[in-house]
Design a protein around this ligand. Structure first.
Ligand code: SF4
Ligand code: SF4
Length: 440
């Protein structure tokens, strides 16, 4: 009997208490300073409190190696099983061009080849996904560039794409800057729209300084009208804020704005907060960027000062939010990267990519669905095989079942290898999260 390889423990931020949790055995506890001392005494072999030791055994923190290995294998098989039944998110990029010139766009260096989207490409896309993902649940997410460009030609193509999605009974999501939503309402309301993701980086000038039209011009007010129009027409909205040091101070105002608009009270409305980070090339001002921990520390500080933010956005802090809302831990995450498993991306040039982060990136293509179908199986296999059991650096990591090995694209950018680590600051996020949600 020894300490499980999957125990995660640390001090709770802003408290004298500590936490211990184990995603493999499914237990989490808060430890008083006295219990923390007992735990450390036991770890170091200096003294043993039999009652405390028994509680650690009962809660799966002390376990035999054999029992732990067999539990690990069985949970891994459950994970693979459930992933095989998961819905596939199929991204489709109709163009990489955009009517905005956001200060931080990672696609701004993508070349726009002299090709354009045609109905033949859309037909080939549907033929491919219906055949290749037969028997799997799936939905389409239309992504860009900006997919909802306000031109007659683009509207015709998007209407055709949605007509085909209706024909195959597929739900569709859009990721859009939201500028031309009103112009697309008639088309969108005829389709099975699951969600429209729209980005606001703050209110008024805070947003307009970062997300402006090409050639200049504010966008905030028109996007707000678009969000109102979506909600009035029963189109679900997922509002995304992309945060860095420049605009995080505007989060309380954006939250207040959304609350006063009545958005947060609408069941069709939800939010997410994305970290502005360097994906494929350097930003204009990298000093503006937050590390993952620094971002969540800043959010935690802001939510203490402005608790109304939680009505607008409740950070996950690794598994902390899940634990506080469900009273139990999520299933072990053996793989945090859905690329080539439950996520694929296709673009208007006929290319196939592993996911949104890689779509359109020269040398990440896995093959083509148009003009002919040709896929590099060995590259797909490499993406498919990536999980914490395949990444050498993850094998002995106690955080693996909360981290899942991170993002394959970020890992590859860093090391050149898909099967390498993209470490998530799980322990630090849990320290913040236990302090925010679980210390009572
Ligand atoms: S490579 Fe990164 S962005 Fe792409 S699916 Fe994996 S985790 Fe997501
Ligand atoms: S990516 Fe890093 S933190 Fe995540 S499981 Fe692997 S070694 Fe651990």
């Amino acid at each position: 009997m020894g300490f499980s390889k999957h125990n995660i423990f640390s001090k709770i931020s802003g408290s004298e208490n500590f936490f211990i949790l184990n995603i493999l055995t499914g237990n989490a506890d808060i430890l008083t300073p006295h219990e923390w001392k007992l735990l450390n005494d036991l770890k170091e072999g200096t003294s043993v409190d039999p009652e405390f030791e028994k509680s650690l055994i009962d809660n799966g923190y002390l376990i035999s190696e054999q029992e732990e290995n067999s539990l690990y294998r069985s949970k891994y098989l459950d994970f693979i099983d459930s992933r095989d039944k998961d819905e596939i998110q199929v991204f489709f990029v109709p163009n990489y061009s955009c009517n905005f010139a956001c200060t931080y766009c990672y696609q701004d260096e993508y070349a726009n080849p002299g090709q354009v989207l045609t109905k033949e490409v859309i037909d080939a896309f549907f033929q491919y996904i219906i055949k290749e993902f037969a028997g799997r649940k799936k939905y389409i997410t239309v992504f860009g560039g900006e997919p909802l460009l306000n031109s007659i030609h683009q509207k015709e193509l998007i209407a055709y794409l949605l007509y085909q999605a209706n024909t195959f009974n597929l739900d569709v999501c859009f990721v859009t800057n939201g500028f031309s939503i009103e112009e697309y309402l008639e088309i969108l309301t005829k389709a099975r729209i699951r969600e429209i993701q729209i980005t606001l980086d703050g209110i008024g000038e805070v947003h307009d300084k970062r997300r402006f039209l090409k050639g200049g011009g504010p966008t905030f007010s028109k996007i707000v009208k678009g969000i109102d129009a979506c909600l009035a027409n029963n189109l679900p909205v997922n509002l995304r804020m992309v945060a860095d040091r420049e605009n995080i101070g505007g989060l309380p105002d954006l939250a207040k704005f959304a609350i006063e608009k009545g958005w947060t009270a609408n069941p069709l409305f939800k939010t997410q907060l994305g970290r502005n980070y360097e994906l494929h090339h350097c930003q204009a001002s990298p000093d503006k960027l937050f590390s993952r921990v620094a971002l969540y520390e800043a959010i935690s500080k802001l939510t203490k000062e402005f608790p109304h933010i939680l009505e607008f956005y409740k950070p996950a802090y690794s598994v902390s939010k899940f634990l506080s809302e469900n009273g139990s831990l999520p299933d072990p995450l053996f793989d945090g990267c859905p690329a080539c498993k439950t996520e694929w991306a296709f673009d208007f040039t006929g290319q196939i990519f592993p996911c949104t982060a890689t779509v359109g990136k020269a040398n990440e293509s896995l093959g083509t669905f148009y003009p002919e179908v040709s896929v590099q199986g060995d590259r797909v296999d490499e993406w498919e095989s990536r999980d914490v059991t395949a990444i050498e650096g993850c094998k002995d990591c106690n955080l693996q079942l909360a981290c899942g090995g991170g993002c394959g694209s970020v890992a590859k950018n860093r090391t050149g290898q898909i099967c390498s680590t993209d470490c998530r600051p799980v322990r630090e996020l849990l320290e913040i999260g236990f302090g925010a949600y679980l210390n009572s």
